[in-house]
Each structure stands twice: as C-alpha cells, then as structure tokens.
Write a protein that binds this ligand. Structure first.
Ligand code: ZN
Length: 401
C-alpha cells in the first residue's frame, strides 16, 4: 500500500484486534481485551542497564503506547528488578535503590513511559507468605527445615510453557541457578518458595524460618495483587521462559485453579558476536555509555529495527545507520503544528498501524514511517509525526547530533 493510498474499505486500524504471538500456545492470537493488564519482569537482577534490557523495555513500551493509541485501557506493572540485587559488601537496600534510580533514569532518557506501578517485593512479604500458605494448604508445596519448596512432580502441567522434557528442564534450570543437589528437596527440579536466611541477605520472620521469598513467588504475588488472578499479558526476556515463568504459572494456577495469563510475550536475546550479552562474559554495551553520544531516537530506531522476538547481534554500523535515520526523521517530521486527525491517520497511517497489529512488527512500521517521511504531502508527514511520537515513542529531537 502506498503511504497516501486509502486503507482497504471497511478496515480501520482502530477496529481490528491486534494479533500477538503467545509463547504458551506457540501461535499468533488476537488480543481482544478492552482492559489490558501487563506485567513485565526484569531481565537480569544484577546488571546495570545494557542494550538487552533496553530492547525488552522498549518493545513493551511500544506495545503499551500502541494499545493505548487503539483506545485500550492499559495497566502496566514492572517488576522492580534491581531491588533483588543482593550484595555482601553493601547494604542490599542501598544498592537496590541506587541501581534502581540509575535504571529509571536510563529508561526516561530513552523516552520509555514510566510504568504505573513498580511494586517492590520487599514491601509485599505478607502477600507472598499468604500465597505460600495457600500452596501448602493445597498440597502443592512442602516445608523442609525452614525452606518451602514447590512440589513439581505434583503439578502435571509443569513444562507447558517451555515445552521441554524433564531432563532438558533440569539442564536449563541448573544453568540458571537451580541447586539440584539440595538435600532438602524431594525432586531436583523443585524450586524454592521460601528460603531460610543466609548471611548478608535481607530477611523477614515467617513460621518456617527467618528468611526471604524465592524469586518466582514474588512475581506471582505482585502481578496477581495488582492485575487480578487472570490477566492479559505477562512478558520479559526469552531467558525468563524457564524456569521463572514456568514456575509462576505452576504456583499461580495451583493456587487459583484459573488460567494465570492469556498472552505470554518474550523478547529475543541480544548477542555481541557469538555470545549473549551478559555480565559474566563482560561483553555488555551499557545504555549509560551510549546515551551521551547517541540521541535517544537513534537508539530507539536501532532497537525497534529488530522484531521483538528476534535474537540479534549488536552491530555498530547498524547503530550508525539508525542515527542517520533519526536525523532524517528529525528534518522531515519534526516541527510543531497540529496532530494528524483520525481521518488523516485512517488515510495515511494504516501501513504503520497494520505492521504493529501483526505481532508488533516494528521494523515494518519504521519502513512505513520512512515512506511517510519521504512523502511530498504535508498530510502524510503530519501522520508520520503523530504516529512516530505517540506509538513509536520518538521525539524527533536530535539536538547535539
Ligand atoms: Zn517475574
């Protein structure tokens, strides 16, 4: 469709339900909810914001902007990832607060909207303890010498999200912090709901032992508290599918008997050369290093130039191309003036909106934006500016470039 052609008759971007890929069903499914609760988990608890984090949060930022543009009522909750940072050298709360402030500043620079609510697990200990009590009462969990574990073998659907065999599940869990030889467990895959106190860690009293909650139960408690026992979208990085999100499903559904989440969305991993960007490999590109030399629009266009589910490689040439594109957009689409009307968006913006309606195809949406920016028609450029700002979160401000 050319940028200025009419949309197909009878089709309006406001009426149709977007389709989103669901990790649970392994297919694209329409999102029909008018009220959409979204809970996004942090990627890695310990790192300063790197491009991989920025990729996940920017993808969900565009999803939220787009759904609000469609008139959906979105409630978004971000798991307060960095408060989970624990350190023996520094008081955990001080470290958490400091890292969290840095993370929020990075997200703000990138023009990602702040979530409506960022619950802190440390402020939800009574809720978490109630869930663990509920799981014990239902026989889905067992207490063992001050710890409480989820009883994986007692939950036949364990593995429905990841689709892995028991052996493969154990392998992945062990790579991601599972301790299979824990003598207090009945099964090596059982995961901790309550962990008795270890030196240097924050702890709270409980009837099992002074201790702290396991990571998985924190997210179930907070998401269900703010979004209800069943909600629309739960997401995070692809490395959270197993065991984190699998565990969340198991413990939440054991407890409520209801489907926990309708759409599971996961972002692809960001690689640097052969390897995933990670702290242990020391190959991270930090947002704080890029922001002073790269305008936020360039970083957004660089990130959104990759579909959210795609694993991809960091490439400086691509970042430079995104910078050139950001400069071009700031010349052709910037300027004050009116927002485009609904009629104008209906006439010129259907390409951008159709791309996003198809599982948030941001690379296609950017191509459509480029067509609008190249148009000689002021109306097309006005639509480009409006959708670029409202849906893709661009500012068109490249001062200092
Ligand atoms: Zn989580």
């Amino acid at each position: 469709m050319s940028a200025t052609s009419l949309p197909p008759s009878g089709w309006t971007p406001y009426m149709s339900d977007p389709v989103l890929y669901n990790t649970l069903t392994r297919k694209k499914e329409p999102l029909s909810d008018q009220s959409v609760g979204i809970y996004v988990c942090g990627v890695t608890p310990y790192d300063t914001t790197h491009l991989g984090h920025a990729f996940t949060y920017t993808a969900f930022d565009v999803l939220i902007r787009y759904l609000r543009f469609l008139g959906r009522d979105v409630t978004d909750i971000d798991d307060d990832i960095l408060l989970r940072a624990r350190s023996r050298e520094m008081h955990w709360k001080e470290l958490g607060d400091r890292e969290y402030a840095k993370f929020m500043a990075d997200m703000q620079h990138l023009n990602n909207l702040p979530p409506e609510c960022e619950p802190r697990a440390t402020e939800h200990i009574p809720e978490i303890i109630r869930l663990i009590d509920g799981l014990l009462a239902k026989g889905c969990a067992y207490a063992s010498d001050g710890n409480v574990y989820f009883d994986v073998k007692n939950y036949p659907n364990f593995g429905k999200l990841c689709g892995l065999s028991y052996v493969a599940q154990l392998e992945v869990a062990n790579e991601r912090g599972n301790f299979p030889a824990d003598p207090l467990k009945r099964d090596p895959l059982d995961f901790v709901l309550w962990q008795a106190k270890k030196d240097g860690e924050p702890s709270w009293p409980s009837r099992w032992a002074e201790g702290r909650p396991g990571w998985h139960i924190e997210c179930s408690a907070m998401s269900m508290k703010y979004l209800g026992e069943s909600f629309a979208i739960h997401g995070g990085g692809g490395d959270l599918v197993f065991p984190h999100h699998e565990a969340e499903i198991a413990q939440s559904e054991c407890l409520t008997g209801k489907p926990f989440v309708r759409h599971w969305m996961h972002t692809g991993m960001l690689y640097c050369g052969e390897h995933k960007m990670s702290k242990s490999l020391g190959n991270m590109v930090f947002l704080a290093d890029l922001l002073p030399v790269c305008p936020p629009d360039a970083i957004r266009l660089y990130l959104l130039g990759h579909h959210y589910r795609e694993p991809w490689n960091h490439d400086r040439r691509e970042l430079a191309a995104a910078r050139t594109l950001a400069r071009k957009f700031s010349h052709t689409l910037n300027g004050g003036g009116e927002e485009a009307s609904d009629e104008e968006i209906g006439r010129c913006g259907s390409g951008v909106l159709a791309a996003l309606a198809d599982d948030l195809e941001t690379p296609k949406a950017i191509e459509e934006l480029r067509r609008l920016a190249n148009s000689a028609e002021p109306e097309a450029r006005r639509v480009g500016r409006t959708l670029g700002k409202r849906v893709l979160g661009l500012t068109f401000d490249t001062s200092g470039m």
